[in-house]
Design a protein around this ligand. Structure first.
Ligand code: MCN
Ligand code: CUM
Length: 805
């Protein structure tokens, strides 16, 4: 019954299933300008909203006068906090259990904070309206330095919390204190430090930065008064969560809310949270009865939507003189800005930062994180980092290098000595995680061999000697990073967003002719889900990937899911896809057994259909089974061939990698050259090697940006000084180094196809590799730690401080 003229290999290739470098199907529309982004969606009678923003980082609002603005031609409405109070929306809950002003209520707490929302017939009129709104401010003392946030005389930022000694995550010690979060065994760790032969201590800062996706945050809200329905098009990484949260806070029944995330031009974490623009556009649509669009400009995106990082990590390692680590102690001062709007699962005020023991077998560890308020933009998104994992990886990878330097040991050797060994998996870390799988020694040794690590160290020694002799002004650094990621939030037992458990889902519906549609609770922002999700289905049920249409982002049609961030799509939705496919396949097997007149157990799966064991000519292909399922199902069986799976993973997945950066720095100019960058990633079973490579290239480029210059910086008066791409480093093809990628495969033992996430790994592992390269270059001149970002100016300053210039 099957086509015997084509070989098994040809049948397999036709599927373009898992392991195939299938070209991205979504790129056909993206590269031809046929994508459908929020700004492409235009509804009849659509209005435009834009914000009046505060020039002050901290000020009392004495008055807001809308009068002149309302006279500007085209301006229809001006909303302020007073108007939003009427509908109980002047403040909104944050994902971290705090509350946040939607529009300035009595005072402003950061520069560019939203003060009023002007609604007009077009953006130009809205802009004229903004300039006509008169706001009277009374400047207040500004708090910029998180290290002074808890000084006794520090200005009071959050007057709404006056007298509140309990926060969302326990007691608050000071009016600018948000929470203290501790994990690990303090006594045991203190004892390890008392007994230690060698210790190191360093304050390692990971500066504030921003995801800055090419498409800024935006939405279009349309309220239908007759039906009482609200439709929201938006750049949402988690559309279903937005629907539920809108239902809860706006009290609109959930079935009357339609959330549609069309094509998204990059998210990188920026589009996880909820922003005042969403609420104002929705309220404005309800008030005016017309659709209202809100589109951020670049400056607004950089200055007011979620920042990332801003962690200041005082890190100590205890070790023996042979270099065996015996304890880790970390204190983090986390600068959250004006409101704690961190995007983490609810119970984790510092995300998964407690992965800070990294890839090393620490017998004991203790971690304390203090969150504080400052006069800066709120947020705290992961930015291509599974919930504070890049901060943790940077912290431990920098600290291991510092320890190696103190011991006079090679940093690669120190790592090899302390890795969790393969036979220790599943491994229970001192700070509470169960690492599902890993093979660190193999990955590290492969990296060292491919790059000729020993040869590079010899070259470095020669170069250093030449530098000392005055023959060159260039110094060379080798930056190693060996990271362990934790992705796939999450088991619902410990991961939720505002009480919504973090599972994910897939629905597959096959059509009579052997094609089908599949929908998921995730939402691609560029990761290529339309391509890869079909590949999983192709391998599982033998229908070519090209015959499966993948659809995400419409809450009316997609099964409920928690969205795409934290590299959770493959670990969670990817598993749901395989499970839904297996349900389809189980029904297909019953149909095949009936048709082939054998017992189900006498059938075996063979690439694209079922074959009777021992009788190779008795075969029924999936395409035929689809037809039979609708048109001639076995007696008593429901017609149709579809299935849904909601998957709650038993554990996270733990991808890892070994990276090396080779860098040369000219001490007289601070100019660096990334001579070589090698990245070995292990994300378990690989669905599409080409997409993985693309993810790694993108993540490394973002890591390069962050480590080497990208920063959201404030001056001492609280002004943002890096508010546009003139000052905020966004590398182009000109600056971006060449990337060499490689891999090992250690499948996840609990994932149905053994896959782990990969989207964020290169950023998690990349940043420490760059920073370690710079620090390694300067180390022979006597420095132990130079703070990021390592731009030319800072490199030159370091050279100067160390007496090299
Ligand atoms: N993949 C694979 N084999 C694996 C793992 C992943 O082929 N073993 C493929 C997946 O099928 C998917 C892609 O790689 O097409 C990324 O999968 P995954 O690691 O599961 O990550 P997510 O799909 O959940 O994407 C989120 C992740 C995050 S959190 C950020 S931030 C980030 C990133 O993806 N944002 C991106 N990569 C991005 N890439 C683009 N182009 N745009 C963004 O906004
Ligand atoms: Cu880690 S930023 Mo991504 O979670 O969207």
């Amino acid at each position: 019954m099957n086509d015997m003229t084509i070989t098994r290999a040809e049948r397999e290739a036709k599927l373009e299933g898992m392991g195939c470098k299938r070209k991205r199907v979504e790129d056909i529309r993206f590269t031809q300008g046929k994508g459908n982004y929020v700004d492409d969606v235009k509804l009849p009678g659509m209005l435009h909203g834009d914000f009046v923003r505060s020039p002050h980082p901290h000020a009392r609002i004495k008055s807001i006068d809308k009068e002149k603005a309302l006279k500007v031609p085209g301006v229809l409405a001006v909303l302020t906090a007073e108007d939003l109070k009427g509908v109980n929306l002047a403040w909104m809950p944050t994902l971290a259990g705090d509350v946040q002003m939607v529009l300035a209520d009595g005072k402003v707490l950061f520069q560019n904070q939203e003060v009023a929302f002007v609604v007009a017939t077009d953006r130009y009129a809205a802009d004229d309206g903004i300039n006509a709104v008169e706001v009277e401010y009374e400047a207040l003392p500004v708090l910029v330095d998180p290290f002074h946030a808890m000084d006794p005389d520090a200005p009071v930022l959050r007057e709404d919390l006056a007298g509140k000694t309990e926060g969302a995550h326990g007691p608050r010690r000071h009016h600018n204190h948000i929470f203290e979060w501790t994990v690990g065994d303090r006594d045991l760790t203190d004892a390890a430090f008392r007994k230690a032969e060698v210790t190191i201590k360093e304050m390692i800062s990971y500066h504030r930065t921003h995801p800055s996706p090419l498409e800024t945050c935006q939405c279009l809200c349309s309220f239908d008064k007759v039906k009482g329905e609200l439709t929201i098009y938006g750049t949402f990484q988690a559309p279903h969560v937005i629907r539920t949260v809108v239902a809860l806070i706006a009290k609109i029944p959930e079935h009357k809310i339609h959330v549609i995330a069309p094509d998204i031009g990059g998210g990188f974490g920026n589009k996880v949270g909820a922003y005042p623009g969403y609420i104002c556009a929705a309220v404005a649509s309800i008030v005016t009865g017309r659709p209202v669009k809100w589109v951020e400009d670049r400056i607004e995106n950089l200055c007011a939507t979620s920042f990332a990082r801003d962690y200041h990590m005082t890190t100590e390692i205890a070790a023996t003189k042979e270099g065996k680590v015996t304890g880790l102690r970390v204190h983090v001062l986390a600068d959250h800005g004006a409101f704690d709007a961190c995007a983490d699962p609810s119970k984790w005020p510092a995300g998964f930062f407690n992965i800070v023991t990294g890839s090393y077998d620490f017998p004991t560890a203790h971690l304390a994180v203090d969150g504080v308020y400052t006069n800066k933009a709120p947020g705290g998104v992961a930015y291509r980092c599974s919930f504070r994992v890049t901060e943790a990886a940077y912290c431990i990878e920098r600290a291991m290098d510092i320890l190696a330097q103190k011991l006079g040991m090679d940093p690669a050797e120190l790592r090899l000595k302390n890795f969790i060994r393969q036979e220790q998996f599943p491994y229970h870390s001192a700070l509470g995680w169960e690492y599902d799988s890993g093979d660190y020694h193999t990955a590290m040794k492969k990296m060292m061999e491919v790059v000729d690590y020993a040869g590079l160290r010899r070259e470095q020694a020669e170069k250093r000697a030449a530098f000392q002799r005055g023959e060159t002004r260039e110094i060379m650094g080798l930056g190693i990073s060996f990271f362990t990621e934790i992705v796939g939030a999450g088991p619902s037992k410990n991961c939720d967003i505002l009480g919504i458990a973090m599972f994910d889902s897939c629905e597959i519906r096959l059509h009579p002719t052997g094609a089908g549609i599949a929908r998921m609770g995730t939402k691609s922002q560029g990761q290529g889900h339309e391509t890869t999700w079909a590949q999983i289905i192709a391998t599982e049920i033998g229908i070519p990937a090209d015959d499966i249409m993948v659809e995400e982002g419409n809450t009316d049609t997609a099964p409920y899911g928690l969205g795409t961030y934290g590299s959770r799509s493959t670990p969670v939705a990817g598993a749901a896809i395989a499970m839904a496919a297996r349900k389809v396949k189980a029904k297909a097997q019953m149909i095949a057994a009936y048709r082939l007149e054998v017992h189900e157990d006498d059938l075996e799966w063979d690439i694209d259909g079922f074959r009777v064991k021992g009788l190779p000519e008795k075969f029924l292909g999936m395409k035929d089974i689809c037809w039979i399922a609708y048109n001639a199902p076995p007696p008593g069986m429901e017609p149709g061939l579809e299935a849904v799976s909601y998957y709650d993973p038993p554990n996270m997945t733990y991808p890892f990698g070994a990276y090396l950066c080779v860098m040369d720095i000219d001490v007289d100019t601070g100019v660096y050259k990334v001579r070589r960058f090698y990245a070995l990633d292990d994300c378990g079973t690989r669905i599409n090697p080409m997409i993985i490579e693309g993810q790694v290239h993108g993540g490394l480029t973002e890591a390069f940006a962050i480590a080497m210059g990208q920063e959201i910086r404030y001056d001492e008066n609280g002004n943002v000084v890096t508010g546009s791409f003139m000052d905020f480093f966004l590398p182009t093809a000109v600056e971006t180094p060449h990337w060499e990628t490689d891999f090992t495969v250690t499948p996840s033992p609990h994932h149905p196809i053994g896959a782990k996430g990969v989207g964020e790994s290169p950023n998690v592992g990349g940043v420490p590799a760059f920073s370690n390269a710079v620090n390694d270059a300067f180390s022979f001149l006597g420095s132990t730690h130079i703070q990021m970002p390592h731009d030319f100016w800072r490199n030159w300053q370091a050279a100067k401080t160390l007496g090299a210039v």
